[in-house]
Design a protein around this ligand. Structure first.
Ligand code: FAD
Length: 457
């Protein structure tokens, strides 16, 4: 019989332990199930676009190894057992995932496989260290990042597996999904190369050319100073262990880069930290990690929410970020913090609404990182930004986009203003003549309102 590899967020050939083990075992076949189980969070639109292309790339790569990839949509267990029956599989392998609902689904499937006498094995592949391997001195999950990171660094991070050897090449199938390239997809496509090879190139280029300036430049939204790996990591086109070991090798080879590489890896460490929260806590996309934040009285302000979504708040750096995301599928990290803070604090709109919008429009939408960061900004996360830290988008803009290049790129309506007005166009003498909305919220008044609301908890 064949060994079936059940692919999930691990759409790569190299450092894919489930795939490597299956190929060693003999004939292998792969299946990707777009699961419709009610308990699972439905993938967002930008993510569906990326997935479609990623699966097509992967089908070609797998075909070179002689492995056929089937892609189906439906209930996970039903579809998996259909595939097992269709191919007469006597073994099923997969790489582990960490969300509660996902783990429960996988456990139920594993139990049924055992009952039916089908061999099954699962592997670690998608985090640096699996969440159940990380615990504080008293055996509890970590809730503070710095000690987590210090402990993570000392762990023996598994060496990535090499690309498995070629079998006999077969013809790749076209991935057959009901996905149709919409205008929006074509737009996103201008910004991205999808798939494992592109991810690897991106990593290598980052380590060769950019990492040295990462610590100083990573907060400057105008610069493409970060790795750009987030969607590749979210889909598992590259593994965090590959990133880790490539970065460490570069630090060895070029000691001048060592401290910058440390900084970069400490950001990558947040991904594992968020996966630890995802593993240990209730649904982090809906339940505040610190319970008292559940009592916050959010405002229902539909018009303001829509202005935020569309990049029409009248606050240039906020609008720039929201438009950048709509156009490219990502937003610079600094600006993600500012847009999230404006929503959850100045506008006092439930962070879950914002999280859902990001979930739908980010190509790097990640089940741990998106809610984890939103809770960090909203104050309800573990080791979160304190509630009284309310970013001022004007001073933040002046600090991180001093010449206004980022804002001018995405908000052409204010491009003609001098630098000192570009982050606060409402101060311009001819503000009314600009084809740009007045700010939907008074930053000072709304700051006080948020402080009151949060203090009351
Ligand atoms: P780099 O700076 O090159 O970092 C390398 C990798 O480290 C990233 O690809 C990512 O995997 C990880 N990383 C970096 N910063 C963080 C962080 N703060 N938290 C967790 N992991 C991090 N990141 C996502 O991957 N998916 C999301 O859905 C997501 N939603 C976010 C929502 C908000 C409100 C905020 C404030 C941040 C969010 N982030 C998310 C974190 C961060 O903004 C992105 O990971 C980063 O901008 C991606 O760019 P990069 O790959 O060039 O990052």
């Amino acid at each position: 019989g064949t060994t079936l590899v059940w692919l999930r967020n691990d759409l790569r050939i190299a450092d894919n332990p489930a795939l490597s083990a299956a190929l060693k075992h003999g004939m292998a076949r792969a299946v990707h199930i777009e699961a419709t189980d009610g308990r699972l969070r439905r993938r967002g639109a930008a993510s569906r676009w990326w997935l479609h292309h990623s699966l097509n790339r992967l089908a070609e790569e797998l075909a070179q190894l002689g492995v056929a990839l089937d892609t189906v949509e439906g209930e996970a267990q039903t579809e998996l057992f259909k595939a097992i029956a269709a191919h007469g599989s006597d073994a099923v392998y997969w790489n582990r995932r960490y969300g509660r609902a996902e783990r429960e689904i996988d456990a139920a499937i594993k139990a049924r496989l055992k009952r039916e006498g089908i061999a099954t094995e699962s592997f670690a592949a998608n985090v640096l260290v699996e969440p159940f391997e990380m615990a504080t001195g008293t055996g509890k999950p970590y809730s503070v990042y710095t000690p987590f990171w210090n402990a993570l660094k000392k762990q023996d991070i598994a060496k990535p597996l090499p690309r498995p050897r070629h079998g006999e090449t077969i013809r790749p199938q076209r991935v057959d999904s009901d996905y149709r390239e919409a205008d929006w997809g074509r737009k996103l496509g201008r910004h991205w190369q999808i798939g494992e090879a592109a991810a690897r190139e991106r990593l290598d280029r980052f380590l060769d050319e950019l990492v040295l300036d990462y610590p100083g430049d990573r907060d400057i939204p105008r610069k493409a100073a970060t790795s750009g790996l987030s969607p590749h990591l979210a889909f598992g086109e590259i593994s965090p262990r590959q990133v880790w070991h490539a970065a460490q090798a570069m630090a060895q080879h070029a000691p001048a880069k060592a401290s910058a590489i440390d900084k970069f890896l400490s950001e990558l460490g947040w991904r594992d930290f968020n996966y630890n929260q995802l593993y240990h806590r209730d649904d982090i996309a809906t339940v505040p990690m610190v319970a008292k934040y559940g009592g916050l009285k959010w405002r229902h302000a539909d018009a303001a929410f829509e202005a935020w979504q569309r990049g029409r708040t009248g606050i240039p750096i906020i609008d720039a970020g929201m438009r950048e995301m709509w156009e490219t599928g990502v937003m610079h990290n600094r600006v993600r913090m500012l847009t999230a803070s404006l929503l959850a604090k100045n506008l006092l709109i439930d962070w879950r609404k914002g999280e859902q919008w990001f979930w739908d429009t980010l190509v790097d939408a990640d089940a741990a990182n998106n809610p984890g960061n939103w809770q960090w900004v909203a104050g309800s996360g573990l080791d979160a930004s304190p509630y009284f830290r309310i970013f001022n988008p004007v001073t933040q803009g002046e600090r991180f986009d001093p010449a206004g290049d980022y804002v001018r790129r995405w908000v052409p309506e204010v491009a003609g203003l001098p630098d000192k007005l570009v982050h606060q166009p409402w101060e311009a003498p001819d503000a009314a003549a600009l084809d740009y909305p007045a700010p939907i919220v008074d930053l000072k008044v709304s700051r006080e309102r948020a402080l009151e609301a949060f203090k009351a908890l």
